[in-house]
Ligand binder design. Structure first.
Ligand code: HEC
Ligand code: HEC
Length: 505
């Protein structure tokens, strides 16, 4: 099958799945049942969760299912944040506080380009008002991100967080052992996050160290690497999905509001604990983005010798222009096991947002549903003529237990200058500060940048400023054929789904 065939078939399949989702009630996943399956056979439980997550993200939820919210009398959906509506049970009074919407009935209504679970066109840009200013000039505009390969992203963030926490502990221990101040660099996977200092207080066993966090860079002072969302304000896929369901669709999960009706739409228990586990596993195990070079090597895409050479030179240009200082091509993963729930501090939740105990709800960090990022992804498996299978959806193995994530990001935040600032600093770490956006799949996800305002890759590059100013200037200083090579390399980073007849969309 050629690559363009796959894309065409993908479109047919998408239309079909819209239709079928309309007719079917969304599934309800029971976490206890999932745990029972897990105890019997981990892979069966994983597959069950993946398939249910697929259905949930595609299903079209109705008012009866709990979609929508009491925006105002007789109004259940809104594309604009309505902080002005403060009447009983109206938009501004919902709990937890809304940021925007609800404005959609399904996840894939927005995550749709170029295929289901992808990014979004300009038309479904989202306006959010996290500070409830009610003032359109303060609204944040967001373009939809794609959902492919995200399990590995959470895994890298977890491992970086563990490393950074270990360095902070080491600084404290050393300061006490030496009875002298200690400063250690916060470097993990080759990426620097500033430094941390420890000052001993008291001697012997009574010694405690006071940590100075003022020189921490590119990450929150708690040293938890948060990569989800353009702003990087969520550490886990589960938390992001829970908020997306609430804000974008008005689907309030049990773990968010318990048995209460926080959006006054008359429906409770709109998403179960198991539903969110399934959605999380599904997103985590979606196929990774790929490249035209990789597809050509597998005989799935035609590239002339010239085209191939151009793309390869473009990859060198990316390094030449120092884009790779932030868009770090790949990062190692020590353990390729994605676990839901996570046991890593900053990612684990002992209690859920509704105040309930996670274990009492069937979420056991010590007995998680897990899958292997190097082998278990169901999508983009290619049966070859010689009987071997290429797992294009999985991440390449690294050593006995690890994987490699080719993501073109350093997983840290940078100040991108006033041209890329939000109108307001809603999250407290700078309106123009963003984690390095991945370039994986970037050839398939236009329009680009957090607000979708760049309609070409060139525009996305020339909008860079702040910490990326030198790099942008290096790009602009190149001859135009060199610039085009760099862009050809970016265009080669694509998202494809090769098994459209299968369940996996
Ligand atoms: C109304 C459009 C819309 C709908 C519906 C929607 N999303 Fe999103 N999604 C977005 C936008 C916009 C972003 C970027 C948000 C941001 O940066 O704050 C996003 C980002 C995400 C991300 C973060 C990806 C990353 O790499 O950081 C996840 C995960 C996600 N959505 C999951 C979901 C799930 C699951 C659903 C359904 C329950 C859903 N979304 C429904 C528009 C939507
Ligand atoms: C200082 C770090 C840094 C450097 C250097 C840098 N970038 Fe970026 N890049 C970012 C961040 C952060 C974003 C997200 C900005 C936003 O959306 O407002 C981004 C976004 C992008 C996007 C849009 C991605 C999308 O999905 O919308 C492209 C394309 C891109 N960069 C290419 C490049 C190229 C090419 C270079 C070198 C000429 C470069 N970048 C240099 C940090 C950097």
């Amino acid at each position: 099958m050629t690559y363009s065939n796959a894309l065409r078939l993908g479109a047919v399949c998408l239309a079909f799945s819209y239709q079928s989702a309309w007719a079917e009630a969304p599934p309800q996943v029971n976490q206890v049942e999932l745990n029972r399956l897990l105890a019997e056979d981990r892979l069966t439980a994983f597959e069950h969760a993946f398939e249910a997550g697929d259905e949930i993200t595609e299903a079209t939820y109705t008012l009866k299912d709990g979609a929508g919210a009491a925006v105002a009398a007789g109004q259940s959906f809104t594309r604009l944040p309505r902080a002005d509506l403060t009447g009983t049970g109206e938009w501004a009074m919902h709990f937890p506080t809304r940021e925007g919407g609800p404005q959609a009935q399904s996840c894939i209504a927005c995550h749709a380009a170029p295929l289901a679970n992808g990014a979004g066109p300009m038309a479904v840009n989202v306006a959010v008002d996290p500070l409830h200013t009610g003032d359109p000039s303060q609204f944040l505009e967001r373009n939809t991100l794609h959902l492919f390969g995200l399990g590995a992203v959470q895994r890298v963030a977890e491992e970086m967080t563990m490393d950074l926490h270990a360095i902070a502990l080491l600084a404290a221990d050393q300061a006490c052992a030496d009875q002298a101040p200690v400063t250690l660099d916060l470097t993990t996977k080759g990426v620097g996050f500033g430094n941390i200092s420890a000052q001993p207080e008291g001697g012997g066993d009574a010694c405690t160290a006071k940590l100075d966090r003022s020189q921490i860079k590119g990450v929150d002072p708690d040293l938890v690497v948060r990569m989800f969302g353009w702003k990087g304000n969520h550490s886990t896929l589960r938390a992001f999905a829970r908020n997306a369901a609430h804000n974008e669709m008005g689907l309030q999960a049990v773990e968010l509001v318990g048995q209460k009706d926080g959006d006054y739409d008359g429906v409770t228990e709109e998403l179960s604990i198991g539903d969110l586990t399934a959605v999380t596993i599904y997103m985590a195990a979606l196929e990774r983005p790929t490249s035209l070079l990789e597809l050509a090597d597998l005989g799935l895409h035609d590239l002339t010798k010239d085209e191939r050479a151009r793309i390869e030179r473009g990859q060198e240009r990316l390094a030449q222009a120092q884009c790779t200082a932030c868009h770090v091509p790949s990062l190692p993963i020590e353990s390729a096991r994605f676990s839901e729930p996570s046991a890593v501090p900053g990612f684990a939740e002992d209690s859920l947002p509704d105040g309930s105990d996670a274990m009492a709800q069937g979420l056991y960090a010590q007995m998680p549903l897990w899958f292997d990022l190097t082998s278990d992804q169901p999508n983009n498996r290619i049966d070859q003529a010689d009987g071997t299978v290429v797992q294009l959806g999985s991440f390449p193995k690294r050593g006995a237990t690890g994987a490699t994530l080719t993501w073109y990001s350093d997983f840290r935040r940078h100040d991108m200058g006033p041209g890329l600032a939000d109108p307001v600093d809603a999250f407290g770490f700078g309106a123009s500060v963003w984690p390095t956006r991945s370039l994986a799949g970037v050839g398939s996800t236009g329009p680009w940048l957090h607000n979708g305002h760049a309609t070409t890759l060139r525009d996305a590059i020339t909008a860079h400023g702040g910490d990326a100013m030198v790099s942008k200037q290096a790009f602009l200083a190149m001859e135009s054929p060199e610039q085009e090579e760099l862009i050809a390399f970016l265009e080669n980073l694509v998202i494809v789904n090769l098994d459209p007849e299968e369940e996996g969309h």
